[in-house]
Design a protein around this ligand. Structure first.
Ligand code: S3P
Length: 171
């Protein structure tokens, strides 16, 4: 209800591997809106892989680029479903911008599902090395990071289609 009036942007937040990409694709298709993935946008604009941005300037460098990119995405006019990187919520500036411009939806998943989903993909710099241990540590660090979202969905046992349905109905 706190988002009444903001009807043409939906931002998906959540830990890595909670299904933001998949759900954003389905949702955009269903609503006939464009889909924007902030990580893809960062790669497009900088011409560099996320991994390389971390390697070059560390996490802080990446977060600054991420903040600029998100601001631009959120200020654009066209209706959009926006998938964000798992750490985009860490900066207060980003959380405020998201809440001001969109319905923010947080996707939650349990640790085992997350580890399963992220294990096949080695592109995430924060998970290099012992993936399961890194997921555990970051989940603990970010335990309440996604709670600012007015709509929080525990995706356990839900298909991406079912998650979409919940979002569309709550909109
Ligand atoms: C990050 C999540 C990644 C990506 C970067 C950092 C994080 O996005 O932005 O590797 O800090 O949680 P996904 O959540 O899409 O994997």
């Amino acid at each position: 209800a706190s988002n009444t009036g903001i009807t043409d942007k939906i931002v998906l937040v959540g830990f890595m591997g909670t299904g933001k990409s998949t759900v954003s694709r389905l949702l955009a298709e269903q609503l006939g809106w464009r889909r924007i993935d902030s990580d893809e946008e960062i790669v497009r604009v900088t011409g560099k892989a996320i991994k390389d941005l971390f390697a070059e300037g560390g996490e802080a460098h990446f977060r600054s680029i991420e903040t600029d990119t998100l601001r631009n995405i959120l200020q654009s006019d066209a209706p959009a479903v926006v998938a964000t990187g798992g750490g985009a919520v860490l900066r207060e500036e980003n959380r405020s911008a998201m809440l001001a411009h969109a319905l923010v939806v947080a996707l939650k998943a349990d640790e085992a599902h997350i580890v399963e989903r992220v294990s096949s993909d080695s592109s995430r710099p924060l998970l290099q090395g012992d993936t399961a241990a890194n997921v555990r540590r970051l989940l603990e660090e970010r335990r309440t990071a996604y709670d600012f979202a007015p709509l929080i969905i525990d995706t356990t046992g839900l298909t991406p289609e079912a998650v979409c349905k919940i979002i569309v109905e709550q909109r």
